[in-house]
Design a protein around this ligand. Structure first.
Ligand code: GLU
Length: 448
């Protein structure tokens, strides 16, 4: 059977079995379509049913999360953990707390995580979890009670060598702290490496907070340099104002770029003098406020409602760091018309499939999420190593390792794209490089 025929057959089976799971189906189609030349060259993957096994999570855990709000009322949320693939290491991936969370979103994120984690070169499998709980507007005590109830169930399924969750949207150091505390209490075990993204006083790693954003910029700078470009003097748009966006803004600015806009779910701020990041950190990291408050201190900046409008501003480099599906075909066309040279993804799957094709057709350099934003999970794996060794590396040591990993991800993705006949297509190269390592491990371990 030829590669194309095999891939189409598996995609249509996945569509039948996972009917209506749009995000998951998009993620599967994006990866599988890139792999056609791999199956032409390695028919042994077909006879071992690698793809049929890869698209089916090894285990999915869905559970009830009851908790009591500040008014004494009972609230019920849904909890998820999808343990997708453990061929190259323990399941690893974040927890997302956001009202949009459902089975399709967790499966798409878990599926992406398999290849992303493989690309880091570190021994981590793919998993993801979360809840439709919305931390926005909740008191600290409500967040704590929710996290404790969530962990009361999750703790039965995770472990140092089985599954190691971390943060994602809506889950930062506060939530990880509450979850780790409760895990330790009910398991009577100081298993620090069971969660990553921990606070520095109890096993967290220096650079973890900055890692996804810094990593995105290291990867993108490598891609720019490879094309005789750099961040220096470039105008940059960054969507989002969470962990990824803030530290991408910090590193891009350090490399000489001017970041002119950041957003949250209400809209975006545009500051032609370059965003004042200390102010953004104060609003978002300390006060947990809205980005609009930026104007109280910088009245010359503008606030525009509707976060998606950010792509209408002129830029050289766009770094989508908010969430999935934020650059659609229309936004891609506007970016191209305004002269964008690079789109590199800090969020998971922020660019729709048709928008990616449009950007690639126009010759825009494209950094796909699973490669470009792998710095967060890579640093999580470094946190696991430090926890196992019971020591801590310095900021500089971790940062240096992170940079090395991101540069290698770019080089390996580029090499795979060349080897399989599509030079310059980093999306295809990342999918192939991530896939082949997992597929080889699955081949060696038998049909399981
Ligand atoms: N949520 C992040 C991601 O999408 C990090 C996961 C982790 O550190 O395990 O890769």
């Amino acid at each position: 059977m030829l590669g194309r025929e095999y891939v189409n057959k598996v995609i249509s089976e996945v569509e039948k079995r996972n009917n209506g799971e749009r995000e998951f189906l998009d993620a599967v189609k994006e990866v599988l379509s890139s792999l056609v030349p791999v199956f032409d060259k390695h028919p042994e993957y077909i006879s071992e049913g690698i793809l049929e096994r890869l698209v089916e999570p090894e285990r999915q855990i869905f559970f009830r999360v009851p908790w009591i709000d500040d008014n004494g009322n009972v609230q019920v949320n849904r909890g998820f953990r999808v343990q997708f693939n453990s061929a190259i290491g323990p399941y690893k991936g974040g927890l997302r707390f956001h009202p949009s969370v459902n089975q399709s979103i967790i499966k798409f994120l878990g599926f992406e995580q398999i290849f992303k984690n493989s690309l880091t070169g570190l021994p981590i499998g793919g998993g993801k979890g979360g809840s439709d709980f919305d931390p926005k507007g909740k008191s600290d005590r409500e967040v704590m009670r929710f996290c404790q109830s969530f962990m009361a169930e999750l703790c039965k399924h995770i472990g140092l060598d089985t599954d190691v969750p971390a943060g994602d949207i809506g889950v930062g150091a506060r939530e990880i702290g509450y979850m780790y505390g409760y895990y330790k209490k009910i398991r009577n075990a100081n298993d620090q490496g069971v969660l990553t993204g921990k606070g520095l006083s109890y096993g967290g790693s220096l650079t973890r907070k900055e890692a996804t954003g810094y990593g995105l910029v290291y990867f993108t700078e490598e891609m720019l340099n490879d094309n005789s470009l750099s961040f220096k003097d470039k105008t940059v748009l960054i969507s989002g104002s969470g962990n990824v966006a803030i530290y991408a803004c910090e590193k891009a600015t350090e490399l000489g770029a001017k970041v002119v806009a950041l957003s949250d779910s209400n809209g975006y701020v545009y500051d032609e003098n370059g965003i004042n990041l200390d102010l953004i950190k104060e609003i978002k990291e300390v006060k947990r406020g809205r980005i609009k408050e930026y104007l109280e201190k910088v009245p010359t900046a503008k606030f525009v409602e509707g976060c998606r409008n950010i792509w209408k501003e002129k830029c050289d480099i766009a770094l989508p760091c908010a969430t999935q599906g934020e650059i659609d075909l229309e936004a891609a066309k506007i970016l191209i018309k305004n002269g964008v040279k690079v789109v590199s993804e800090g969020a998971n799957m922020p660019t729709n499939l048709d928008a990616i094709e449009e950007l690639q057709r126009a010759g825009v350099l494209f950094g796909p999420a699973k490669a470009a934003n792998a710095g967060g999970v890579a640093c999580s794996a470094l946190e696991m190593s430090q926890n196992s060794m019971r020591l801590s590396w310095t900021f500089e040591e971790v940062d240096e390792k992170l940079k090395y990993i991101m540069i290698n991800i770019y080089k390996n993705s580029k090499k795979a794209a060349e080897e399989y006949g599509n030079p310059g297509n980093i999306l295809m190269g990342a999918n192939i490089a991530g896939f082949t390592k997992v597929a080889d491990a699955m081949m060696s371990q038998g049909i399981i």
